[in-house]
Every structure is written in structure tokens, then in C-alpha cells.
Write a protein that binds this ligand. Sequence first.
Ligand code: PLP
Length: 387
Amino acid sequence: MFQNPVERRHTDCAKWDELIENTGEEDVLSLTVADMDFRVAPEITQAIITAANHGIYGYTNVSDRYMDLTKRWIQKHYNWTPEREWIVYCPRIINALCQIIQNYTNAGDSILITTPLYDPIQSAIRLNDREIVSTSLVRKADRYELDFEDFEKKLQSDVKVFIAVSPHNPTGRVWTEEEVQKMVRLCKENDVLIVADEIHADFIWEGVFTSFGQFLDQYDQMIIGTSASKTFNIPGIEASSMVIKNQALREKFTHCLRSAGFHNPNYFCNPAVEAAYGEGEEWLALAKQVILENRKFALAFIDQECAPCKTIPGEGTFLLWVDYSALGIAEDVWNDTLLHQGKVACSMGGNFGEEGRGFFRINLAQPPVMFKEALTRIKKCVEGTRK
Ligand SMILES: Cc1ncc(COP(=O)(O)O)c(C=O)c1O
């Protein structure tokens, strides 16, 4: 299930077909978009086939089982217990973020993020004419840290919302209990709404995951986003959940969704999420084993064989952030080299903000044979720069 590459080209796949469109090259290996090149759990496929066989794809309500299983997943895996009614279905995390930006802030208001950061979050702020206020993560050897002094200063500069991402994309940082608690305390002191994007929470390689939800008893001006999409490789189903304890905040968010025309979920949302959270744990354990092996391989291979490139291990996500700055090559040249000489596509760091320049991000969730071939291609590109 995880060993054999699955052909995704010519299926309108964002990760593979956009590459062909943009480069005109058919044989480029893609390590870009954050989904997995693994077939999903057979239980999910079967649930979708059963639903498809019904033959009427009518308007659908979020099922009781979706809500119960989402609650149970949070309880079991993220170590806190929401009430069922705190959970609000929303197709995508980015849909929810845009709704929050549009309805909880005004044009020109400031929104705080930590950079480098997953670009669609930054675009969501920009496209809605809000101001990005950013605190740059500070690299200390192999690890990124939050500069709390700067974070607090930025919070005091009339910021309305802080978008927290943990595990963090692209650096892989998983904020510790102490760090999360401190972020929550400082946001509370400055009356700043927290939106915590925890979409990668099921991929923790070192330490433990601390959810912002664990601090809701200290501060309830928080909206916590979670989803089975990354965990079970079903982002195309579009099924996320926003957990909101504070009733007024929740009612406002529900109203925002309604006013933007979000009503019923996709017909396949219930069967996919129910099968994922209800029956997918065995598949997930196997997927994580393969990713972990790829991660171990990549950490050693890149640091040793692709020097002076240097991995930044992070503690979570199925993504890996790599520093190539010592090659002394401009981003567009490096990207062209990878694509056209190496025939391998990586996500270039500049897309994650200025702090990302000199870095690229790779996706670890791939059949090992294909993944090793992609890394070998990167190695050849590094060697080519030395000639
Ligand atoms: C941190 C983070 N948030 C959100 C998303 C996208 O989520 P959605 O497809 O639910 O909008 C991603 C996808 O890579 C992500 O890495």
C-alpha cells in the first residue's frame, strides 16, 4: 500500500499536473504540495464506494457520527475534551481563516503570524486587504525559536488576530507546552483572538503535541482548526472542523459561514471522515512508519551526500525544511536547476516569506523508492553546482 508508486499524473492532480503545465516536463518527480502519494486506508475507499453506489448525491447534513468521532479523536490524540457542540464543520481550514479575517477584523487591521509560513495563510491576509504583522522565527542551530520579546511587542501594536500554526509549516516546529501557554497568556493580556491551525497535529516525531485547546479554560477567545485531511490523505474531500468554546464567538462564526453560503458538506464528507477517524488508525500507524523511515533517510542523506545543504529536522509534519544557502545560488536559478536538470520539484523557500530564501521544503510522504530517487536527483544538482 505504501511501497508502490501510484500514477497521479493526468488526474488533474495539483501536485503533479500543475508541474507538467508549468514546466512542460512529464518526468519531474514532485516533492511539493502537502498531500501524500499513498492510497488512502481501504476502509475510506470502501466507505466512499458504498456511498457512491447509492446513486443519489443530494444535500447532506454533517452526521452525528462525524461529530462524535471528531470529538473522540481530539480527546484521544490531542489530550483535551471539547463539548460536541463546540465543533463547527467548515470545508477547509483556509475557508475558515478567510471568514475569520473578513468578519472579525476590518480592512487595514493587523494580523500577526510567525514567518517563514505556509503561503496561503499569508495570501488570505493580503487578499483581504489586512496588514501582515510578522514575527520572524529565529534559527538557533537546527531549531527555530519564537522570539517572545518581539512577539509581545507585535501583540501590543494593535494586532487583532494571531494565527498560530502548530506543528508549524514549513519549519516543522511543534510548540512546547510552555511556549503554547506563554503565547496564550500574552494574547489574553493583549486581547488578541487566537486562531490555531493544528492541521498537522497527527505527525509528531519528537516530543509531544500541545494543542491550544488545552488552554481554553484560561482563555476562550480561540478558534482551533483541525481536520482529517492531512492525517488520512483526504484533503480533496474538504472536511475540516473548527472548535470554538465561547458561545458568542461560535455563533458569530456559524453566521459568517452561512452568510458566505457555506451550508451542507460534500456528500462524501461523512463516509470519508467517519471511516478515517473510526477505522483508519491501523493505516495511519503504517503511513507514519514509512514517513518516519523516509525522514531518517533524508536527514542522513541530505546532510552527508548533499552537503553543504543542511536539514532542519523540526519535530513534526510530513514536510522537511532544508537550508541550501551555502550553495550560494539564487532561488530562481536553484529552482530551474532542480526542475530542468534534476527533474525534481521542491517548494522554494521564498514562497514562505523573505525568511524562507535560501531554503526549500520537501514532502516526505512518498513511496520510499520514489522518494530516494528524488533525493538522488537533488544530490546530482548539488554536485552540478560544484563543477
Ligand atoms: C498549516 C496548514 N494549514 C492549512 C492547510 C490547508 O488546509 P485546507 O486545505 O483545509 O485549507 C495546509 C496545507 O498544506 C497547511 O499546511
